[in-house]
Design a protein around this ligand. Structure first.
Ligand code: GLN
Length: 426
């Protein structure tokens, strides 16, 4: 199934079992999640011809649960972007805001859900890539606690930060999908056996926020677009009217989160993407007999501009002499962010902010200024640094009709609270 907004990059159907909790439903899968024998390109020319020899654990769990996978969805190349415009397959348009980007990097997944071309979808979130497109397309997205969902078969971008998670039209449907994919996996040693943490998660979507305590970090409001902030406060008022209460908190470390995130993400990416050399993985670089030229040629042809930039910067940050100056400092900032979140979550059940500080950008205006694009991740990246769960639910629209998302952050394995609170809005 192709779409006029370019949501799918491969339309091969993968049929699920007859019975199971997701029987009869379609779940689109982001193109960096391995599907046996079905192209998995990561939005990159490097992997244009790659079809994995095995299924990711989450894909196995989907088909075992009866879901049908209608296709693989478009994404920023290797997950590097906030708009789905760095894809080698061309950009995806936002079905909920024509002429605008769907957010990224899981833009295809959010777009096919928003357009009704899949019942639900899987995305991946390294620094916001589930929550940003969910917010921009007016749907729900959950970034699970690190270790809740197996990453086996996910093509790694920055593995200490990322998780696979659900995108769906409602909180209840997102919770149902998370129920199916969550849980320990012998193929991924970072998964945790957190008995019952998310069992029957969909039942928690009862909208009961009586007595819920919400902390609002002022750092995540300052600097956000006025129309976004207005819509955000309307949603908080709505929660308050339903019995929740809120207070403002300050988390000084958050000012440094985007910088720390990009140093760590690029460093990990420079190591993870070393396997794409045309020999182990990727399109061959030719030049028989001279491996140096062959590798260089494969990478020159196979990678787009943003991916090259990040590999270069990541390699630089990890190199002898600069390691202490950049990478070590970023790790210190990461520990500080974790500590700030833990303290704030001692005094509140959840923390709330706009998911994105800006409404969806117009198509074609973001790639010229990478730094500006990185800053748009100010509210989402801290959560990945702290390995915490977060949900983005639709908060409303700006006067111009652009969707705005509300982000709720919870304690580790506190998905149930996020689902309960989020379902009061969507
Ligand atoms: N926009 C962020 C980045 O480019 C987040 C991407 C993601 O979560 N995969 O790194």
């Amino acid at each position: 199934m192709s779409t006029e907004y370019n949501g799918y990059v491969t339309a091969e159907r993968i049929e699920g079992d007859d019975a199971g909790p997701l029987a009869g439903r379609t779940v689109a899968v982001k193109d960096n999640i391995s599907t046996e024998g079905v192209p998995t390109t990561c939005g990159s020319a490097m992997l244009a011809e790659y079809a994995p020899p095995y299924d990711a654990t989450v894909v196995e769990r989907l088909t075992d649960a009866g879901a049908t996978i209608p296709g693989k969805t478009n994404m920023d190349e290797f997950g590097m972007g906030t708009t789905t415009e760095t894809s080698a397959h061309g950009p995806t348009e936002n079905p909920a805001a024509p002429g605008h980007v769907p957010g990224g990097s899981s833009g295809g997944s959010a777009a096919v859900v928003a357009a009704g071309d899949a019942d639900m979808a899987l995305g991946t979130d390294t620094g916001g890539s589930i929550r940003c497109p969910a917010a921009f397309c007016g749907v729900v997205g959950i970034k699970p606690t690190y270790g809740l969902v197996s990453r086996y078969g996910l093509v790694a971008y920055a593995n200490s930060l990322e998780q696979i998670g659900p995108i769906a039209p409602t909180v209840e449907a997102a919770a149902e999908l998370l129920d199916v994919i969550a849980g320990p996996d012998e193929h991924d040693a970072t998964t945790r056996d957190n008995e019952g943490a998310v069992d029957g998660l969909a039942d928690a979507a009862d909208g009961d926020v009586e007595g819920l305590s919400i902390g609002v970090p002022t750092e995540l409001i300052e600097g956000a677009d006025e129309a976004v902030v207005e819509t955000f406060w309307d949603a908080i008022d709505d929660l308050e009217a339903q019995g929740a209460n809120y207070h403002e908190v300050t988390l000084p470390s958050l000012e440094h989160a985007v910088e720390a995130y990009y140093v760590i993400a690029m460093s990990e990416a420079s190591s993870n993407l070393a396997r794409f050399d045309g020999v182990r993985y990727g399109q061959s670089g030719g030049h028989e007999g001279n491996w140096n030229e062959s590798f260089a040629n494969a990478r020159e042809k196979g990678f787009g501009e943003e991916v090259k930039r990040r590999i270069l910067l990541g390699t630089y940050a990890l190199s002898a002499g600069y390691h202490d100056k950049y990478y070590r400092k970023a790790q210190d900032a990461r520990a500080w962010v974790k500590q700030d979140f833990d303290e704030a979550l001692d005094e509140a059940d959840v923390l709330a902010s706009p998911t994105m500080p800006v409404p969806p950008m117009e198509m074609g205006e973001s790639l010229d200024d990478p730094l500006q694009m990185y800053l748009a991740d100010a509210n989402t990246t801290p959560v990945n640094l702290a390995n915490l769960p977060a949900i983005s639910v639709p908060a409303g629209k700006t006067d111009d009709g652009l969707p705005v998302g509300l982000q709720l952050v919870g304690p580790a394995f506190g998905e149930e609270t996020l689902v309960r609170a989020g379902s009061a809005l969507a």
